[in-house]
Design a protein around this ligand. Structure first.
Ligand SMILES: C[S@@+](CC[C@H](N)C(=O)[O-])C[C@H]1O[C@@H](n2cnc3c(N)ncnc32)[C@H](O)[C@@H]1O
Ligand code: SF4
Length: 363
């Protein structure tokens, strides 16, 4: 049963130096064409299931004008929504207004995710961001004033020349915002970005680890629960939408380059805007064997700090979790831990979880 929906809005009012997401500089004519194509894709592919989580991401959804956002919500009127829907929209500090927040509220949005990334002027400049921390504080206050209590902010760390002291300042600033969820990302130098072209190098791995450790210790000390490798929540404020991914559940992805997982197919939409506007939405369909499905379930499920429930896993896939791959050996080696109900990656190995997850790829 597919009960989640991701929608990609590939427009930004500013292009950041590190970003290789599918996005274009905001253009009025293109946005309108895009929304028309999105409407057609949804009409064609959505099968009227009741939806429990919606996530509008990007790009920068808040870079659209009020009129364009109204059109987007009109398109979403046809979606059958569950009573306790989680409805998230990504926003950037520089394009958010009171009127847009009012419109979000009117249309059932109840979770706001803001790209803060850094709070230090020289790093914001390095990342090519168009805001400062003063604006972030103002916008978070406005979001709260408009009645939103479920707020995420994104932070990027491990920037060239960044020190642990810089990171401490970022964390303290972000904690002062009193939000309910924090996502943290170590900077990745991706192809096709300004940083890549400028040959910027990643920081030393030991420092990267010390930064990760500082983040985990600081945020948990301040009442956040570390519940996924990069994600921290206040009690009951987990991202239900992201949990759908980590629990290997099904979802639609509509829009340019969006990904869907429906029945036994992983579908990737085209990242060519011209193809998308002509109605050629889909680029690739990966048909999953049962073995592939299990592999995804492990790789995604072990991202959760609490790990995978043995009972739920058996009920869903009719195989014992401990019988798969080299799970028994990994338990003996204390890379995985079994608390009776759940198997998880040992907390002190979370930083090197990719070395463990590699065990679950392929035959
Ligand atoms: C879809 S992106 C952008 C959402 C929104 N447009 C923004 O800029 O905040 C979501 C998050 O991924 C993270 N991210 C994107 N590119 C990254 C990179 N190269 N390295 C680390 N984190 C990255 C950023 O924290 C960003 O906020
Ligand atoms: S990080 Fe966000 S705002 Fe910056 S270019 Fe990427 S999608 Fe756009």
């Amino acid at each position: 049963m597919t009960s989640s929906l991701y929608i990609h809005i590939p427009f930004c009012s500013n292009i950041c130096t590190y970003c290789n997401f599918t996005k274009f500089f905001y253009n009025e004519n293109l946005v309108y064409e895009y929304l028309k194509a999105l409407e057609k894709e949804i009409n064609q592919r959505y099968k009227q299931e009741i939806i429990k989580t919606i996530y509008i991401g990007g790009g920068t959804p808040s870079s659209l004008t009020l009129k364009e956002l109204e059109y987007l919500f009109k398109i979403l009127k046809q979606i059958k929504k569950s009573k306790n829907l989680e409805f998230t929209i990504e926003v950037n500090p520089d394009s958010l207004t009171k009127e847009k927040l009012l419109l979000f509220k009117k249309n059932g949005v109840n979770r706001i995710s803001m790209g803060v990334e850094s709070t230090i002027p020289k790093y914001l400049k390095f990342l090519g961001r168009n805001h400062d921390f003063e604006l972030v504080k103002k916008q978070i206050a406005l979001i709260k004033e408009m009645g939103f209590s479920n707020i995420n902010v994104d932070l990027i760390y491990a920037l060239p020349n960044e020190t642990l002291e810089d990171l401490k300042l970022d964390l303290n600033n972000i904690l002062s915002l009193e939000v309910t969820h924090i996502s943290t990302y170590s900077l990745m130098i991706e192809e096709h970005t300004k940083l890549y072209i400028d040959k910027v190098k990643n920081i030393d791995e030991d420092l990267d680890f010390s930064m990760y450790d500082l983040i985990c210790k600081t945020l948990t000390k301040h009442g956040f629960i570390h519940y996924e490798v990069s994600n921290f929540k206040k009690p009951n404020f987990e991202s239900k939408h992201n949990l759908v991914y980590w629990n290997n559940e099904h979802y639609y992805g509509f829009g340019l380059s969006a990904a869907s997982y429906i029945e036994n197919e992983r579908i990737t939409n085209t990242n060519s805007l011209s193809k998308y506007l002509k109605g050629n939405y889909i680029k690739e369909v990966e048909k999953l064997s049962f073995k592939d499905t299990l592999s995804y379930a492990l790789i995604l499920g072990f991202r959760k700090i609490e790990g995978i429930s043995k009972e739920d896993f058996y009920n869903r896939y009719k195989v014992e979790l401990t019988s798969l791959y080299n799970i028994k050996d990994l338990l003996k080696m204390k890379k995985l831990i079994d608390n009776g109900r759940k198997i998880s990656i040992c907390y002190d190995k979370i930083y090197i979880e990719n070395d463990i997850l590699i065990n679950f790829v392929g035959e």
